[in-house]
Design a protein around this ligand. Structure first.
Ligand code: NAD
Length: 366
């Protein structure tokens, strides 16, 4: 039997749930389900592309564990699905199908399906049991962990949502073999983030990893996933509702979200915006006294195909979008910065510093 690593995630709000990590771990699914939700049925919310590629495998795994599928809702692939109309369609379907308050919702897909399906699960009948089955690297290392759900608004990303912990997270990295290169690197951005926040050694491992090697070798990727889940879980254990320390997980995100919003979520993928945003955040940190060697993060530049021309001459607009980010306050823009490796802090900063950080980031990436 293939080994699955079992982790326990404990949120500071009191919930505790299992996360199983491994490759080819389907034999463990029945036990996982029993520990998570027990009910032998579910409503599935699934990403369109994952359905195209993996339906037989997924349905067989549920059947082998004697789980009935009450409904199977397919979410069109792409960030634009994190919207009101998809949310409403899921609510309509769940209610039409006679979903009960005890019916688990199994969300299978990347961060988009996870955030959307998680938000629907958190609000239908004031909350249905939720299980995440992440299928992108980004969702495995980040979005499925810790209970943030949400949809976007034209005025900003994730402006509508909830904190809602799942009952369990199933991470089988064999699904990553079908992931596009671009989505591998999107996930890697969040892993780079964890390295700066908590574990400098991760970036050394990453610099030796080409995606083709990772794709065919589950050992390093599972180890990177496990390390990432543990780092995020550690933070969620202290502050599940982002009253304090959890905010550090937004390293690079305030810069990046502004770029995503300005590009109407169609130009840069989330992980690409986060990579660019982290470069700006490191530059801002250096301007305030840190001494990061920018060469370390820039070694990954060639992995990303970033088209930044539309942003370069629009820093003022980006700064306006930063004010609308929900992490900003009435006092100004708050950024996650670093004193050093594994030493993050949050601070209100001057607009001029943000301007300079964006300029340097564009210089690095042009
Ligand atoms: N909730 C959180 O804490 C949190 C944290 C980080 C990011 N996010 C959100 O996550 C989203 C980005 O997630 P993402 O990068 O996973 O994007 P995504 O969900 O759009 O997935 C990326 C692409 O991969 C495809 N895909 C998914 N699984 C696949 C597989 N196994 N094989 C082949 N293709 C597959 C999808 O169809 C899509 O085209 C953003 O909306 C971001 O805001 C949320």
């Amino acid at each position: 039997m293939t080994k699955a690593t079992q982790l326990t995630i404990s949120a500071s709000t009191g919930e505790q749930y299992p996360a199983y990590v491994g490759t080819d771990i389907q034999e463990h699914f029945s036990r996982f389900w029993e520990e998570s939700v027990k009910t032998p049925e579910c409503m599935v919310i699934i990403d369109e592309r994952v359905e195209e590629l993996h339906t037989d495998f997924l349905r067989a795994q549920l059947a082998d564990s004697s789980i009935d599928i009450l409904d199977w809702y397919v979410v069109p692939s792409g960030e634009s699905s994190k919207c009101w109309s998809q949310y409403q369609a899921i609510v309509d379907r769940a209610l039409q199908q006679g979903i009960l308050r005890t019916t688990p919702v199994l969300v299978i897909g990347g961060g988009v399906t996870g955030d959307l399906g998680g938000f629907a699960a958190s609000s239908i009948m004031r909350g249905l049991p939720l299980v995440h089955w992440p299928t992108t690297l980004l969702a495995m290392v980040d979005s499925s962990i810790g209970g943030k759900t949400g949809i976007n608004h034209s005025r900003g990303k994730n402006l509508i949502g909830s904190f809602y912990q799942p009952k369990g997270i199933w991470i089988d990295s064999q699904l990553l073999t079908t992931l596009d290169r671009r989505d591998w690197y999107n996930g890697i951005s969040e892993i780079i983030k964890y390295s700066y926040l908590a574990d400098p050694s991760i970036i050394d491992t990453l610099s030796q990893c080409e995606v083709d090697k990772l794709k065919n070798n589950p050992i390093p990727i599972n180890s990177l996933i496990e390390k990432s889940v543990r780092i995020k879980a550690n933070i969620v254990a202290k502050d599940a509702r982002e009253a304090g320390i959890r905010a550090v997980l937004n390293l690079g995100h305030t810069f990046g979200h502004a770029m995503e919003v300005m590009g109407k979520y169609g130009t840069l993928a989330h992980g690409e915006a986060v990579y660019a945003g982290m470069i700006a955040a490191l530059e801002a940190s250096n301007m305030l006294g840190a001494q990061f060697d920018m060469g370390r993060i820039l070694t990954f530049k060639g992995w990303y195909d970033l088209h930044l021309d539309d942003y370069t001459n629009n820093i003022d607009t980006l700064i306006e979008f930063m004010y609308q980010d929900k992490k900003s306050t009435s006092d100004g823009i708050r950024l996650v910065l670093l004193e050093d490796w594994a030493a993050p802090y949050v601070s209100l900063v001057e607009e001029s510093l943000i301007q300079k950080a964006y300029e340097r980031m564009f210089e690095h990436l042009s």
